[in-house]
Structure formats: C-alpha cells, structure tokens
Design a protein around this ligand. Sequence first.
Ligand SMILES: NC(=O)c1ccc[n+]([C@@H]2O[C@H](COP(=O)([O-])OP(=O)(O)OC[C@H]3O[C@@H](n4cnc5c(N)ncnc54)[C@H](OP(=O)(O)O)[C@@H]3O)[C@@H](O)[C@H]2O)c1
Length: 294
Amino acid sequence: MRVAITGASGFVGRALSQALKEAGHTPVAVRRDASGELRWSVERGFDPPEALSGYDAVVHLAGENIAGGRWTDARKQSIRASRVEGTRRVADALRIADPRPSVFISMSAVGYYGARGSSQLDENSEPGEGFLADVCGAWEAEAKAASSLEDLRVVRLRLGTVLGDGGALAKMLPAFKMGVGGRLGAGDQYMSWIHLDDVVRGILHVLTHEECSGAVNLTAPEPATNAAFTAALGKALHRPTFLPVPKFALRAAFGEMAEHLLLTGQRVVPKRLLETGFEFQHPDLGAALSAALR
Ligand SMILES: NC(=O)c1ccc[n+]([C@@H]2O[C@H](COP(=O)([O-])OP(=O)(O)OC[C@H]3O[C@@H](n4cnc5c(N)ncnc54)[C@H](OP(=O)(O)O)[C@@H]3O)[C@@H](O)[C@H]2O)c1
C-alpha cells in the first residue's frame, strides 16, 4: 500500500513510517515544508489540490503539540485550528482525489471523553465536556464528514497516552530519575496508556481490517490510576515515588493544562480493537514501561 501520512515527522508518525516500510508498504510523508514528497498547509490545503490521487490510504496525525507549553489563548487556537481545519483540508483533498484512497485514518484522542472519574468508557460512551473534549469532537466531526464520500472507509482513532521513546514519558523521566517523581494530586485520576509498538500495530490493524470503521479506541486494555502508574514507573526505574505533587503546584506551573491533562483523566477500554481480533504486544503496564525505557 502507498500510505500518505500527515504529521509523519512526529513521535507516532516516525514509528508508523518505519513499521509500514518493514511490512512492505510505502509510507509517504505529507509535510508543511518542502522536505516531504507531498506538501500541504492547514491554511491553504494540499499543493496541488489533487495530490492524494492514487494513494491507497491516508493516515492523518498532524496537530499542534497539546503539551508543548502553557495554554495561552493563541496556543489553544492553534491546537484547535491545526486539528479541525487541518482535518477539513485532508477531507477536501480526499473529495477531489481520483482515484480516491480507500481508507482514511484520522487521529483523535481519549480527551474526547472529557474528565470522567472511574467510569469505564468504550466507543459508545457519550462525549465529555471542556476544551479538549470540544476540540476532539470538532476534529472527529470533520473526519466523519468524509465518510459520505463513495468507497471511503473512515476510522477515527481515540488515542491514549503513548509510552515510548519520547512523548509524555520523556517529560516525566527527569523528575522520576531524580527520585522526586510522585502521584499528581489525589492520584485517583485514570490514565489510558498504550505502548508505541501497539499504537503502530493498531494503526496497521485498522488499515487492513475492513470491519474497522468509525470510532476506535487506541488504548491498552487496562488503564491505570495515576497512583498506580506512578508506582509502576518508579519500580521500572528503581526509584522512590514518595512525594506527591500537590494540585496547587501543578496549577501554578501548568495553568489550565494541568486540569485537563494531569489532574483528571478517563478510563477507556479498546472494545472495538478487541472485538476485531487485535492482540496487544504490551498489555501489562510494568512490562510496557520497561520496554519503553530500554
Ligand atoms: N503522543 C500521544 O501520547 C498522543 C496521545 C493522544 C493523541 N495524540 C495525537 O496523535 C497525533 C500524533 O501525535 P504525536 O505524539 O506523534 O505528535 P507530535 O510528535 O507532536 O507530531 C505531530 C506532527 O504534526 C505536525 N504539526 C505540528 N504542529 C502543527 C500545526 N500547528 N499544524 C499542522 N501540523 C502540525 C508536525 O509534522 P510536520 O512538521 O511534518 O508537518 C508534527 O511532527 C496528534 O494529533 C496528537 O494530538 C497523541
């Protein structure tokens, strides 16, 4: 398969491109600068507009990094526009592509479900409230609109926190390695995690399984509370995790982002993946962390 990938230069995109090559497919990077084979911008769309003609699949990963800095108004606008308008641009290019790719995999996130305590959530659960849930809802709506196109299968992947060599884990490691890592606030908020290897394998699964369409949660089968995650990470690093990080300190350091990404969470299960026969390589948190830290 020739697979066009937006956000191919990112944490997930690099691993996906490598895995596609290893599986005998041809990944083609869609970049915002001139370094990719395909070019696009959120503001102007694809250049040329019919650039997606002849590809077998499109995997759309691009978006302004959510944890890249304090959520100023400008940053929130960029987080939203890069996803909502960006996905509209991809859908526009799919509309005029001839021949049209047969699969469109559009990334979303478990943030779709909002802050939901310990309720177990699957793909049929209601969307949540707040900035991230609103962004995910609008992001997915643009992808969903493309499902009206003839012969196009659309999958919306609700991705959890990815454990690998980068991303959220890279941000946590310095404190944990110094032995000052600790649970965040009460530590009872759920984190739906997944190892990067399973992210890539999950994307390949939905790419090749025609029965996968619509929303698909891309998370490991057993989400962990922040307290359990903290203990598992400390254990994997052989470091103590006695010092809880108080809520006020997180709010002071990270502002609004702390509330959405650190102090609340959601307990999401991968119902659709399991129903369609996907087998996780790293279902256990301790083993997944050890693998990610190797
Ligand atoms: N990593 C996670 O734990 C996680 C969890 C849930 C959901 N997700 C979602 O999964 C997707 C991929 O995640 P990731 O961790 O690979 O992200 P990432 O490393 O931040 O990479 C995203 C890519 O998007 C492009 N990009 C960055 N800013 C952009 C902007 N303002 N407008 C358009 N494109 C922009 C860049 O590619 P180019 O420079 O090549 O264009 C970048 O390499 C994202 O949408 C993310 O929100 C990730």
